[in-house]
Design a protein around this ligand. Structure first.
Ligand SMILES: Nc1ncnc2c1ncn2[C@@H]1O[C@H](COP(=O)(O)OP(=O)(O)O)[C@@H](O)[C@H]1O
Ligand SMILES: [Mg+2]
Length: 246
């Protein structure tokens, strides 16, 4: 089943056109990877799908499960099951990891749950990520290392249990052990009902999470879609050969 359909998407950021007619189909139960040079528009694409107000759609549509979501606010998209992990997670002083995730979850489900049940589940999932549970009571990302911030994003994903996730360079800046732990948790999350979009520059995360589709984004357009073999070719040869193909 097609979960996300992007058609002729043009997006401006601060008056400049960054996405120039993106077409992309994402399928249920599949892992899609988007690769591309720095500045190509990968984060712009995920932020636009999530509904960040800074990204202005000048043309085209984004449909999620058959519904055009262009005009929905980010929290309404989250309630429909869309999640994104930020390339550069923000620090939020005054709000603990635990309170932040609990509030997000209540806003998505509309249901209250007992603090004890919540914390039990949170601590269990932190253990899966090799995170010390003291981090639950620290302010969100404040003073966290790059790796701890990325793990906290995966923790949010696991706790919110969205059906469609976009992971923007979640593996960048992680040491080898952290890449392994993060990959393992994404793989654990993966199932036939989940749709996963991974943005990455690196092969390591994809040795554990085998992608079904690889899309190449260059200068605001998806210029190529292929299978997992494309990852190796890009690692060896870069993007210039693809540019020539267009
Ligand atoms: N919030 C923003 N403010 C200003 N410029 C932005 C913003 N987001 C993206 N851009 C610009 O859009 C282009 C694409 O950026 P981005 O989507 O982050 O690329 P990628 O993730 O592929 O490296 C870059 O030129 C970047 O400077
Ligand atoms: Mg980016």
């Amino acid at each position: 089943m097609k979960v996300l359909e992007v058609r002729d998407l043009h997006v401006n950021v601060e008056g400049k056109e960054i996405l120039k007619g993106i077409n992309l189909d994402l399928f249920e139960g599949k892992v899609h990877v988007v690769m591309g040079p720095n500045g190509a528009g990968k984060s712009t694409l995920t932020n636009t799908i999530m509904g960040h107000p800074k990204y202005e759609i000048s043309k085209g549509t984004i449909s999620f499960k058959g519904e055009v979501i262009n005009d929905l606010k980010a929290d309404e998209r989250a309630r429909r099951g869309i999640f994104m992990s930020f390339q550069n997670p923000k620090e939020v002083a005054g709000v603990t990891v635990s309170n932040f995730i609990r509030a997000s979850r209540m806003s998505i489900t509309g249901q209250k749950e007992s603090l004890m049940d919540f914390q039990e589940e949170l601590h269990e999932k932190m253990k899966d990520l090799s995170m010390d549970k003291v981090y639950a009571d620290r302010y969100l990302n404040v003073g966290f290392s790059g790796g701890e911030k990325k793990k906290t994003e995966i923790l949010q994903m696991a706790m919110l249990n969205p059906s469609f996730v976009m992971l923007d360079e979640t593996d960048s800046g992680l040491d080898i052990d952290a890449v392994r732990i993060v990959s393992k948790n994404i793989e654990k999350f993966r199932n036939q009902n989940k749709t996963i979009l991974i943005i990455t520059h690196h092969k390591a995360i994809l040795s554990r999470i085998k992608p079904d589709y690889v899309h190449v984004l260059i200068d605001g357009n998806i210029v190529k879609t292929s299978d997992a073999s494309l990852v190796t070719k890009i690692q060896q040869e870069g993007y210039s050969w693809i540019k020539q193909e267009v």
